[in-house]
Design a protein around this ligand. Structure first.
Ligand code: FES
Length: 281
């Protein structure tokens, strides 16, 4: 292996394969590395890790990895929020960009073996959790129960609709969806994500459970309150923190919260750790 390929800062050339519209301003970009060896090395990522994505002439931004390492495709789901993400949104299949990573700790899925997994997501908070859910389903016999609680403001804002449909039809996972405001095309539950916990027939296990929570701050706060009230320990609630990562490898200090570097100590933290860091979500 050459010294250049050992350089953790070195972006590797990638090619865009196809783009799928998710919701307004959010698209999923399927891609591969030009060099198959780099593709193979990158595919060892863990659920919850992230990568740095470079667009020539525009800059670099961090992106969660929504695929599970058990899936064949490599992709990012990115919201158009600035000049770099806008440059990715304008890219056409066949065009090139660059990727470095994977970085960060990721979710320690092996440590969760034998446990009940409860996934609670709101809006685009499903992006980082998608990887864990698909991973858990691919290793279904390693976990006790699997439950997904997912909500968006409207039916049109539900992400990964094909995947949601698969989960709803899968015997391996209990999938509950909700929207804040229904439309004519929605006959499902209406209400905030936490209201799904009170649905008839829903039983959220407290003992031997890990709850993954990702979503907008208001949703996060209410869901945490509900989970704690049910008796779930703070150390058994996990989430990913978002920071504007620069180096991604613990050198620049851009992502610091208190004593933690989100890029290397995170982005996955337990709620107990988040509280100690003094992070106000
Ligand atoms: S992004 Fe540079 S230290 Fe974390």
């Amino acid at each position: 292996m050459s010294a250049a390929s050992d350089n953790v800062y070195l972006p590797k050339l990638a090619v865009l394969d196809r783009v799928v519209d998710e919701i307004a301003e959010v698209k999923t970009f399927y891609w591969h590395f030009e060099n198959p060896d780099e593709q193979k090395a990158f595919r060892r990522f863990r659920p919850g890790q992230f990568a740095q994505v470079s667009l020539f002439g525009a800059g670099e931004f961090p992106a969660s990895l929504p695929p599970s390492p058990t899936e064949h495709d490599t992709f990012f789901t990115v919201r158009n929020v600035g000049s770099c993400t806008a440059a990715l949104h304008q890219l056409q299949p066949g065009e090139r960009f660059a990727v470095r990573g994977p970085y960060g700790n990721g979710f320690p899925m092996n440590q969760y073996a034998g446990k009940n997994l409860v996934f609670v997501a709101g809006g685009i908070g499903l992006i980082p959790l998608r990887s864990c859910i698909v991973y858990a389903l691919a290793h279904r016999d390693q976990f006790a129960s699997l439950q997904v609680f997912y909500g968006a403001r409207t039916p049109r804002e539900l992400m990964y609709r094909d995947t949601l449909r698969q989960w709803e039809q899968s015997a391996g996972v209990e999938c509950h969806l909700t929207v804040d405001r229904a439309g004519p095309d929605w006959s499902g539950h209406v209400g905030v994500v936490g209201s799904l916990f009170e649905r008839p027939g829903v039983q959220l296990p407290v003992a031997n459970t890990i709850a993954f929570v990702c979503g907008p701050p208001v949703m996060f706060r209410f869901v945490i309150k509900d989970l704690l009230a049910m008796g779930l320990p703070e150390a058994c609630i996990v989430s990913t923190l978002e920071r504007y990562m620069k180096c991604g490898v613990g050198k620049c200090g851009h992502c610091c919260i208190g004593v933690a570097y989100v890029c290397v100590d995170g982005p996955v933290f337990t709620y107990e750790q988040i509280k100690k860091l003094g992070e106000d979500i």
